[in-house]
Design a binder for this molecule. Structure first.
Ligand SMILES: Nc1nc2c(ncn2[C@@H]2O[C@H](COP(=O)(O)OP(=O)(O)OP(=O)(O)O)[C@@H](O)[C@H]2O)c(=O)[nH]1
Ligand SMILES: [Mg+2]
Length: 378
């Protein structure tokens, strides 16, 4: 039996490339892994700034005779985007592709083995990931620790053991079928992650959020949406308590005429006030953005219709536009471009566009509206 027949067994009814989503906190190497495997040129991060700010799809690549494409996502602890915006983007893509009949072969969750403590951010990101994926999909999930080329192997192994054995980290996910793998920045380790997803699964996976949105649940009522709201309220409550303490300190500084301290405290109060305001906006954004996305979608669909109406340049040829011109190469590619270019089986959902997450019925409607564009989400 050839390698390719082994790989395709589970998915042979689907002639397109297999889709695998890559998620995880910012800076954990998602885009680098995708570029390494696919030969794509998606932008990777420098310093501590978050990089990927929209959902983007790699150009398809061949592994053991099976075409695969990888879906890159922004991390939940993004420095520029709120968690709600990130959820909106990921959910919109997942819901949209699901309605187009595309199914995921699996999901890779990345975590830096370099981090000697798994802080609140990593834990929160993984919690969000669990809520997004649900329990039933865990067998299709590979938790990949990255950057093994930067850590002493014994130290890495010690951390890996901890990650796999502590309830706060990956233990319960592993017990329910998720698997751990390592990536040391080599093509070999990257390919073995993909092989283990494909060879170990017998069916494609539907993530919890895809199921929820498909069944008409509002984004804010999905498990992941509720988790985001809960976290936002928790943060707001913490800041409100801080604020109360500050007010008492300001009163005290005023009473003792300590002008310097009073000034500093007032500045701190203003900072916390703006954080609370931002969190409040985040909490309402999930629902409010429905109207925004509807308007912007309609605008873009108008353009897409024009694209569709125009004579198709070699539209039936899947190759003429060339692998090098896939939309994922463009920053902030509009969905219209993705629609127009999907004959080449790649697509990017513009982050800002997808940031407004819809009620499911909208996506159903959108799927119908876009049907004439023969979208092929791979
Ligand atoms: N040494 C080493 N560096 C890596 C590895 N993977 C990624 N990096 C570096 O880590 C930084 C972040 O990588 P990205 O691929 O942009 O990470 P990301 O998860 O896509 O980050 P966001 O897009 O911000 O969510 C870059 O400077 C990469 O060069 C790895 O396996 N080994
Ligand atoms: Mg990235």
């Amino acid at each position: 039996m050839s390698a390719s027949s082994g790989l395709t067994t589970a998915f042979q009814d689907d002639p397109g490339p297999l889709s695998i989503a890559v998620m995880g906190p910012t800076g954990t190497g998602k885009t680098s892994l995708i570029n390494l495997l696919s030969g794509s040129d998606l932008r990777i991060g420098r310093d501590l700034e978050s990089c990927t700010d929209d959902v983007q799809v790699s150009k398809p690549f061949d592994l053991d005779g099976q075409m695969i494409s990888l879906i890159d996502t922004p991390g939940f602890d993004d420095t520029n985007l709120s968690d709600a915006a990130v959820l909106n983007m990921i959910a919109a893509y997942l819901s949209y592709s699901y309605e187009q009949g595309k199914r995921l072969a699996g999901v890779i969750y990345t975590h830096r083995i370099l981090d000697n403590r798994v802080g609140g951010i990593s834990a929160r990101s993984f919690r969000m990931f669990r809520n997004l994926c649900g329990e039933a999909s865990l067998r299709n999930i590979i938790i990949t620790t990255t950057m093994w080329d930067q850590v002493e192997i014994s130290l890495g192994e010690q951390r890996e053991k901890e990650l796999a054995s502590k309830d706060a980290f990956f233990k319960s996910a592993i017990e329910k079928g998720a698997r751990l793998s390592r990536h040391d920045n080599t093509l070999e380790s990257a390919q073995s992650i993909i092989r283990s997803i494909i060879q170990n699964n017998t069916a494609p996976v539907t993530l919890k959020i895809q199921e929820e949105l498909h069944n008409g649940v509002d984004i804010s009522d999905t498990q992941a949406g509720k988790e985001i709201t809960r976290e936002i309220f928790e943060q707001m409550e913490r800041h409100r308590l801080e604020m109360r303490g500050l007010l008492i300190e300001i009163q005290e500084a005023t009473r003792t005429r300590d002008e310097e301290s009073r000034k500093e405290l007032v500045e701190e109060k203003a900072r916390i006030e703006s954080v609370i305001q931002r969190l409040h906006l985040d909490s309402t954004n999930i629902v409010k953005s429905y109207t925004d996305i509807l308007l912007r979608m309609e605008e873009r669909l108008g353009v897409a219709e024009k694209v569709n109406a125009a004579p198709k340049l070699g539209s039936q040829s899947k190759t003429t536009s060339g692998m090098g011109e896939y939309p994922g190469q463009q920053t902030h590619s509009p969905v219209v471009q993705a629609v127009a270019a999907t004959e080449n089986s790649n697509a990017v959902l513009e982050g800002k566009l997808a940031a407004a997450v819809p009620v499911v019925g909208f996506w159903g409607k959108l799927a119908v509206m876009l049907a004439p564009f023969s979208l092929t989400w791979k």
